[in-house]
Ligand binder design. Structure first.
Ligand SMILES: Nc1ncnc2c1ncn2[C@@H]1O[C@H](COP(=O)(O)OP(=O)(O)OP(=O)(O)O)[C@@H](O)[C@H]1O
Ligand SMILES: [Mg+2]
Length: 262
């Protein structure tokens, strides 16, 4: 298996050294080139799982293997794109993309790679601009170019389009689909949008909470581009929505009962 998450558990300890378990047995196998979306109620551990695959968060139990190699720390084979683009404001667009390439590629190769991926996200014209001169969608495209320029085997995206308006998001969906087809990357994509997940993915994995766990895993064989009004798309949307609503209601009920007793 290309990316294998096996019996994965994560606990955090708080100030009083009390342990809090986010999830205790996540199993997830992802094939090479697959586009997998992860959906689930807030707090179920989506970002935690992604950070663990990125090697930014320690593993409490179980293992994550990429092409058979156990993941122990961050590495250039995994690229991460966050909800906020987290670019350096004192560097221009090209310098931002170049930054992580230093030490991995020669100066000329790094420059060529930065140019190539900025072109891929249609930002060549803006390579000398500073990030405050760009719109939110453009900044997110710089972050995508920066992650891709490292040539990672896996691209991890945590609600990358969550803060964008509908129209920009639509454009970036198209760009991401093209990039994915061109670069053949394996993508693990976290989102709160059921429509976004169904539009983009080969698989939609739904997580539940308390404890965090995988409650459903849908394979989507429909050809792309997918239309929202397609009957199969609507049916799947309904199924995922019902599952998520059930989980969210569970959390709300639990939180409300705490408030009453308090
Ligand atoms: N560094 C940390 N220390 C302690 N607890 C943490 C830490 N990071 C996350 N948690 C807890 O782990 C749980 C899962 O958090 P996580 O951010 O993974 O959720 P999520 O599914 O990404 O939620 P959202 O959809 O709101 O982004 C939450 O209860 C959160 O409070
Ligand atoms: Mg999150």
């Amino acid at each position: 298996m290309f990316l294998a998450v096996d019996n994965l558990g994560k606990s955090f300890s708080d100030q009083d050294d009390e342990s809090f378990e986010v999830f205790s047995e996540i199993d997830l196998n992802i094939e090479e080139n697959q586009f997998v979306s992860l959906l689930g109620p807030s707090g179920c551990g989506k970002s935690t799982l992604l950070s663990m695959v990125a090697g930014l968060e320690s593993i409490s139990k179980g293992s994550i293997k990429l092409e058979g190699e156990e993941i122990k720390k961050a590495g250039p084979d995994r690229g991460m794109v966050f909800q906020s683009p987290s670019l350096f404001p004192w560097l221009n667009v090209k310098e931002n993309v170049l930054f992580p390439l230093k030490g991995h590629w020669s100066k000329q190769e790094a420059s060529e790679r930065a140019d190539r991926f900025l072109k891929m996200v249609h930002l060549s014209r803006f390579k000398n601009h500073y990030t405050h001169e760009l719109s939110g969608g453009m900044q997110q495209r710089v972050a995508i170019a920066r992650a891709l320029a490292m040539d990672p085997k896996v691209l991890l995206m945590d609600e990358p389009f969550g803060a964008l308006d509908e129209q920009t998001r639509h454009i970036l969906h198209e760009e991401l689909m093209k990039i994915w087809q061109e670069t053949q990357k394996t993508i693990l994509f976290v989102t709160h949008s059921i429509q976004e997940a169904i539009k983009l993915s080969d698989r939609v994995v739904v997580m539940g909470t308390r404890p965090g766990r995988i409650i459903a895993d849908f394979t989507i064989d429909l050809p792309r581009p997918r239309k929202r009004e397609d009957e199969e798309v609507i049916a799947l949307e309904r199924k995922v929505m019902d599952l998520l609503e059930g989980e969210i209601n569970k959390v709300l009920k639990e939180e409300l009962s705490h408030e009453v007793s308090y």
